[in-house]
Design a protein around this ligand. Structure first.
Ligand code: 4AD
Ligand code: MG
Length: 450
């Protein structure tokens, strides 16, 4: 095959004749001219077929090709100021590689999301989904660049695990030979703690599984999480790492995709420009005050009989759910860091605040514009006896954690880390309502195909 020229590189070929290979996305006609929108995965370009420039057979065929016909278009690359990419092709020859055997199910009219998710393998071809997947790629690369530039070592954690990290209520169980059962990993954190004691600064980045019963726009059963872990780091240092990391990733996506985000996804990119350190910090206790004030205001605005129907007001010790996160985040133009949650709410491994053991040295980063928690993390319990008590208190099987306790037996040090879900981060950057569009093939309670 002759060398491929790609739409993304078309400017380098101005004035020359090239052959582009791709798929027919759309077409229209005005008698002597046919306009073919051809996409090749790197972009879409308008190819103009003028009656006088091609054979009569090609001219008549060009007006009848169905959507998603695979084609090779040969023509001159011309500047076109009205095109979003600045160029179009003046067609000299058109070769049809394969006509679809039936009508493409995703036409140019509106389709419901349930239908589109069923057709996900084909939906990926749409300009919107193309942009989202490219942003995801940039986010994943920026994640690696950030940690690699700072001397972190990438350590791959296991996917089959013998025990829970984030509570036992959402574990996926798999039969595991004579050893009984294993669980799909909920988090690589415990393994990263071991690796941090060996390598100092580490991170893992891979798929994570939660048998989430909650069907929300923020939950998947399989998602990708990046988890750094650092020896000799406390909560304050961890929070600095979080804000620098999130800012780096958002600015990398903005630098590379500003135009597509605004033009194709209609994202208000000015909202992302302010995502730079420092992020505001508030304690959980302060967040509860903010939420209660908002809830009081909501009640005051309603007739008493309506107000009585609202769910009870939040009290100290309750979890901050999605709606409450939005209330906390909406007064800031960048993510807010909520730290020191009630110890009772948090996983067994959190270190208690020595100043106030009712709260744990943990921090969640809440994205603005209603996107909610994108990061959870904090300082780990590094004292052997306290950790043993926490494992007993959470009724976790002690044998499964003996290796983890070893990390406190052999030269224990303060350490901290966090986890960021890639899909929540991409949904926020792209301004998407639901995380299902941020991953190529979403896995949710009610979906495992295609
Ligand atoms: O807050 P989580 O549960 O924290 C942990 O797993 C820690 N062990 C991480 C660590 O400290 N190393 O999850 C971390 C992040 C959340 O903030 C969210 O972005 C994402 O993972 N996440 C999900 N994303 C999509 N679907 C789900 N079901 C998710 N559950 C968590
Ligand atoms: Mg969390």
């Amino acid at each position: 095959m002759p060398e491929n020229v790609y739409v993304a590189d078309i400017a380098a070929h101005e004035g020359k004749e090239v052959t582009l290979r791709g798929w027919l996305h759309n077409r229209r006609s005005s008698g002597k001219l046919h306009f073919l929108q051809v996409r090749d995965g790197t972009g879409t370009i308008q190819c103009v077929v003028f009656k006088g420039n091609v054979t009569p057979e090609v001219f008549s065929e060009a007006d009848h090709l169905p959507q998603e016909t695979s084609v090779a278009v040969t023509g001159l690359v011309k500047k076109e100021p009205r095109s979003p990419i600045g160029f179009e092709i003046d067609v000299r020859a058109l070769a049809v590689h394969a006509r679809p055997t039936q009508e493409f199910p995703i036409g140019h009219k509106e389709h419901g999301v349930a239908f589109l998710m069923e057709q996900r393998h084909l939906w990926l071809r749409s300009p919107r989904q193309n942009v989202i997947l490219r942003v995801r790629h940039t986010v994943e690369k920026a994640i690696r660049d950030f940690f690699d530039q700072r001397g972190f070592t990438l350590v791959d954690g296991p996917i089959f695990t013998p025990s829970a990290c984030e509570g036992t209520s959402n574990l996926f169980e798999v039969p595991y030979f004579d050893l009984g059962k294993a669980y799909l990993t909920q988090s690589g954190q415990l393994y990263m703690e071991a690796a941090a004691m060996a390598l100092g600064k580490v991170y893992c980045f891979g798929p994570t599984f939660r048998a989430e019963k909650s069907k929300t726009r923020r939950h998947l059963t399989e998602f990708w999480m990046v988890e750094p872990e650092v020896a000799w780091l406390d909560l304050d240092g961890d929070m600095v790492l979080m804000e620098e990391f999130v800012s780096f990733v958002v600015q990398a996506a903005l630098a590379k995709h500003r135009d597509e985000l605004a033009r194709v996804l209609e994202r208000d990119v000015s909202k992302l420009e302010s995502v730079t350190p420092p992020f505001p910090r508030i304690t959980y206790t302060e967040a509860v005050e903010v939420i209660r004030k908002e809830q009081e205001a909501q009640r005051a605005a309603l007739p008493p009989e309506e107000a009585a129907k609202l769910p009870p007001m939040m009290v100290w010790g309750d979890d901050i759910g999605g709606d409450e996160e939005t209330l906390v985040a909406r007064s800031y133009d960048r993510p807010v860091m909520v730290h020191r949650y009630p110890t009772l709410m948090k996983a067994f491994y959190f270190k208690k605040d020595p100043q106030d053991p009712k709260v744990a040295l943990g921090c969640d980063v809440l994205a603005p514009e209603g996107y909610g928690e994108i990061i959870g993390g904090g300082q780990r319990e590094d004292d052997l006896e306290t950790l043993e008590k926490a494992i007993a208190h959470h009724e976790l099987p002690r044998e499964a954690f003996e290796w983890y306790l070893d990390l406190r037996r052999y030269g224990t040090v303060p350490h901290a880390g966090f986890g960021m879900g890639v899909e929540r981060c991409v949904a926020w950057i792209c301004g998407l309502h639901h995380v299902r569009e941020t991953i190529p093939f979403a896995r949710m309670t009610e979906r495992i195909t295609p």
